[in-house]
Design a protein around this ligand. Structure first.
Ligand SMILES: C[S@@+](CC[C@H](N)C(=O)[O-])C[C@H]1O[C@@H](n2cnc3c(N)ncnc32)[C@H](O)[C@@H]1O
Length: 361
């Protein structure tokens, strides 16, 4: 038991771990109570009311309270102040770790080492020798390795593209990704044992699939929303200027549908797409833009006109999707995923229901 007004790291951590557990039986709660999150997040970035980023470090007011709250903490900013690495929301981390159904001794591969916090949690339960984690950014790997060593965790960590896995340490019993993917990378499936569980953010959901022999896998999406930062890759800028010349066409799909009820299925129908929105002076959404890495672009205005340009007809896909889901937001757990050597498909309500091919990686 800790005193409610004790604000030391160990007291905050104990209360934090207990609150994550919510009285349940997760074996991972013990790991959250053992691993100090502040060792992995000595500072993070927050935005002020004008959207400007500022750094909060150990010793600053509110630092420790933020570290021991259920908040994703941005730890690295890239060009134009776009977050490129973070320590994810602890409750979502717990949900994903739980979904692995892992046991001490299982060998785990993680795509997205980031701060190293998740790798430390995994090492704490499964044993360092059983954890392999990769990040695309060598600077992050160097920092994470140092922080892991401080806690005497020694998982195998390296810099590289996690979609290629780590064949030298395969086969894996469990695979987790903490960056958003478009599909489950085939290399990770081929490095997983038959019966292995893979938990990975696909689109704006988290898929949990079980691998069977022959490179096949099947499973469902968890009910939770998830907005992980996308796997890093070069993306062409959206061609909004190219749309200006078009008068557009009438559409019955509302701009706001793309931001709420269709947001998850659209992340499966257009894997890896990006979006933005415009607001009027009253702060109401006036339009939404979508684009994919090949430069294809679509916009819709609240007046009900849509425009599209580029090799992929993005708005056609939106309208097809809206006809499958004419109203209401479909529940994530009604979606599933089937993987065969020929390809990957996300489906709704059953493998024979409406489905979308997941392409790219
Ligand atoms: C949400 S953060 C990971 C959080 C991390 N698991 C932790 O506990 O701090 C996502 C990470 O994925 C990494 N990443 C993005 N694309 C990647 C790729 N292709 N291969 C490996 N890591 C990648 C990013 O550099 C970023 O650090």
């Amino acid at each position: 038991m800790t005193e409610p007004n004790d604000t030391s790291s160990s007291a905050l951590r104990a209360r934090f771990a207990a609150s994550l557990g919510g009285g349940g039986q997760s074996q991972w709660v013990g790991a959250f109570s053992r691993v100090p999150r502040e060792h992995f997040v000595p500072s993070f970035y927050q935005q002020d009311e004008n959207g400007r980023w500022y750094e909060v470090s150990e010793g600053d007011p509110g630092y420790l309270e933020a570290v021991y709250s259920d908040t994703a903490l941005t730890t690295q900013l890239g060009e134009h102040g776009i977050p490129t690495s973070s320590s994810s929301e602890p409750r979502l981390m717990l949900t994903m770790l739980d979904a692995l159904d892992a046991e001490p001794g299982h060998r785990l591969f993680e795509l997205g080492l980031g701060t190293g916090y998740n790798a430390a949690l995994a090492s704490s339960l499964l044993g360092s020798d059983n954890v392999v984690s990769v990040d695309v950014d060598p600077d992050l790997v160097r920092l994470a390795r140092k922080r892991l060593e401080r806690g005497r965790y020694r998982p195998y960590v390296f810099a590289g593209d996690g979609t290629e896995g780590c064949p030298d340490r395969a086969p894996y019993d469990r695979v987790i990704a903490t960056a958003a993917l478009r599909r489950i990378p085939p290399a990770l499936l081929s490095q997983a044992r038959a019966g292995a569980v893979v938990v990975a953010p696909i689109g704006f959901g988290v898929a949990k699939v079980t691998v069977s022999a022959g490179g096949e896998a099947t499973g469902r999406f968890l009910p939770v929303p998830a907005f992980f930062m996308p796997r890093r890759r070069p993306v062409k800028s959206p061609d909004f200027a190219g749309l200006e010349a078009q008068s557009g066409r009438a559409t019955s799909v509302r701009a706001t549908d793309l931001l709420d009820r269709l947001r998850f299925p659209l992340s499966l129908a257009l894997p890896g797409h990006r979006s933005c929105s415009w607001r009027d002076e009253a702060g109401e959404v006036s339009g939404v833009g979508l684009w994919t890495e090949d430069g294809s672009t679509a916009t819709v205005h609240v007046s009900g006109r849509a425009r599209q340009t580029g090799p992929r007809r993005l708005w056609d896909t939106v309208e097809e999707l809206a006809s499958v889901f004419p109203d209401g937001a479909p529940a994530r757990e009604d979606f599933g995923l089937t993987v065969t050597p020929a390809g990957q498909r996300a489906w709704y309500r059953g493998p024979d229901g409406p489905s979308w091919v997941l392409d790219g990686s």
